[in-house]
Write a protein that binds this ligand. Structure first.
Ligand code: NAD
Length: 505
């Protein structure tokens, strides 16, 4: 990897410069963009200046992706695509530490989390490489002197629009299946976290991907490169991760072009603790799933529903564990929880703390900004716990995207299911019980794309991931992910070549 992407290991230091976009296999200056200043959320200071593109740059990138799709890339056999993806995966694996530090710097996520998360991505890419030559069609028996068969074809040029909370993960879940399917790509990272996408481009270049197969154009969403991708007639599909409102805007923008879409959107996941659970294990999962990523995860178990006999015990333990979370500089490997990704995100979280109080929930831990000593200019918030929450409160209905757990009591299984499903979202859910019958009964009734029983956030390359209801369209990961990047063609061949004259009599 180029020197400019090498490990940083500390906050502060000179501002890094990333002056180019990656289009058509070249590093080029933006035509109608400029420079984004990327803020280190731990210090509030600019740590990198990154080129961003506009409409003209998206036009160039889409043209390069189209040329590659119809040209060199289309002539490469699936097993050769797989080999390139494996080579890329190996290069990626060798750069985990650099990538983790870049992502921590850009997003503020604690290094111990980015290392663990990014450490798994090579396995995702290997998994998708293994699927590159498996999307075979079917032969359909008709017996009418016709031979009918289906073929699965790449959808074409894919515009990928990613969020700031998990930049490399969201890119990985899209790039893997898209490239395995034979698509070409224009990737637009979030304006807050543009650096790691450029590091990815460097690795694709090193792995020998033909020019134009992967293009990276950092840029803004509304009115910028994101909107330009969404409305572009030359883009066959948009793969998006982000907020529901943005997905709706993308749909409106793209309506004229009738693209295909996959949407990975938000969540307000129920995490249900029955009284018969192994409470210590359930607490390990429930506290971690409320505060991981500093609360900025779509899969957060932020509605912690607790059966009444263990409610007080769980409230007390949650508050005690909040006090044990080491909030600190995210590049410090000892830090459990870093800052919120932006000042805006921190203010939003603190606003919701105020809303929770006004709604009558009891703040039993956290709720404040942390700004002493080395944290003074960063966007740090304490892990926060509300007891006495109700499912109709805004802190239980709206995605806060901060480290705020709302503990909601319930009486029985029926009420637990009703509360769990009483939400606009349907991304993930968790439940803890030692009763195997209850595990099956309750998990079967929860309207969510993934339900975890006696575990939480088990997400791997093999496990389909995506939402019901307002949490999205389509699935990422698993063999199902390939469906999002493939179209089916049916071919019907007459074995006789005869066609009756409909107007003979
Ligand atoms: P966002 O919707 O604000 O932005 C996401 C991306 O969309 C950014 O790249 C942005 O530039 C772009 N964008 C914004 N407006 C646009 C427009 N009008 N046209 C085209 N592009 C536009 O989301 P965010 O705040 O970056 O991310 C947080 C959200 O992502 C949360 O709601 C979270 O739950 C969700 N998320 C979901 C998953 C999942 O897998 N379901 C994973 C991670 C994050």
């Amino acid at each position: 990897m180029n020197q400019q992407f090498s490990a940083i290991q500390r906050h502060g230091g000179p501002v890094e410069e990333y002056p180019n976009l990656y289009i058509g296999g070249s590093w080029v200056a933006p035509q109608d963009g400029g420079m984004i200043e990327s803020i280190d959320p731990a210090t509030g200071a600019v740590w990198a200046r990154v080129a961003y593109g506009g409409k003209a740059d998206v036009d160039r990138a889409v043209a390069a992706a189209r040329e590659a799709f119809e040209g060199e890339w289309s002539r490469i056999a699936p097993h050769e695509r797989a080999a390139m993806l494996r080579k890329f995966a190996d290069l990626y694996a060798a750069k985990v530490e650099d990538l983790a530090q870049l992502e921590t710097r850009d997003s503020g996520r604690a290094l111990r989390e980015t290392r663990a998360d990014i450490g798994m991505h090579a396995q995702y890419y290997h998994w998708f490489a293994s699927l590159a030559d498996k999307h075979d069609g079917r032969s359909i028996p008709m017996g009418d002197a016709v031979h009918v068969f289906t073929s699965r074809l790449p959808v074409g040029v894919v515009g990928m629009i990613c969020p700031w909370n998990v930049p490399l993960m969201s890119a990985c879940w899209k790039l893997g299946p898209a490239l395995a399917a034979g698509c070409t790509v224009v990737l637009k990272p979030a304006e807050q976290t543009p650096v790691t996408a450029l590091a990815l481009a460097r690795l694709f270049e090193e792995a020998g991907f033909p020019a134009g197969v992967v293009n990276v154009v950092p840029g803004y969403g509304r009115g910028g490169a994101g909107e330009a991708l969404a409305e572009h007639e030359g883009v066959d599909k948009i793969a998006f991760t982000g907020e529901g409102e943005t997905a709706r805007a993308i749909l409106r923008t793209g309506a004229q072009s009738l693209k295909k879409y996959t949407f990975e959107l938000g969540g307000k996941s129920p995490h249900i603790l029955f009284a018969d659970a192994d409470v210590e294990q359930a607490l390990n999962a429930a506290t971690n799933s409320a505060w991981t990523l500093c609360g900025q995860s779509c899969a957060l178990g932020s509605r912690v529903m607790v059966q009444r006999p263990i409610y007080d015990q769980v409230v007390e333990a949650f508050a005690a564990r909040a006090a044990k979370v080491r909030v600190g500089l995210p590049l410090d490997p000892a830090t459990h929880m870093g800052p919120q990704s932006s000042a805006e995100q921190m203010e939003k979280t603190l606003r919701y703390v105020q809303i929770g109080r006004e709604e009558g929930a009891e703040l039993v831990a956290g709720g404040n900004r942390l700004d002493a000593g080395a944290l003074s200019n960063g966007y740090f918030v304490e892990p926060t716990v509300f007891a006495g929450a109700r499912n109709d409160m805004r802190i239980a209905r709206e995605e806060i995207f901060g480290p705020v757990a709302a503990l909601i009591p319930f009486d029985d299984e029926e009420e637990a299911v009703a509360l769990a499903n009483d939400t606009a979202y349907g991304l993930t859910a968790g439940l803890w019980t030692r009763d195997v019958g209850r595990a099956h009964r309750v998990s079967a009734r929860i309207r969510a794309g993934i339900v975890w029983v006696n575990t939480y956030r088990y997400i791997r390359w093999t496990t389909p991931y995506g939402g019901f209801k307002a949490s999205g369209w389509g699935r990422e990961n698993g063999v199902e992910a390939m469906d999002a990047y493939l179209d089916t063609r049916t071919t019907v061949i007459s074995t006789t070549g005869k066609f009756p004259d409909a107007y003979a009599d």
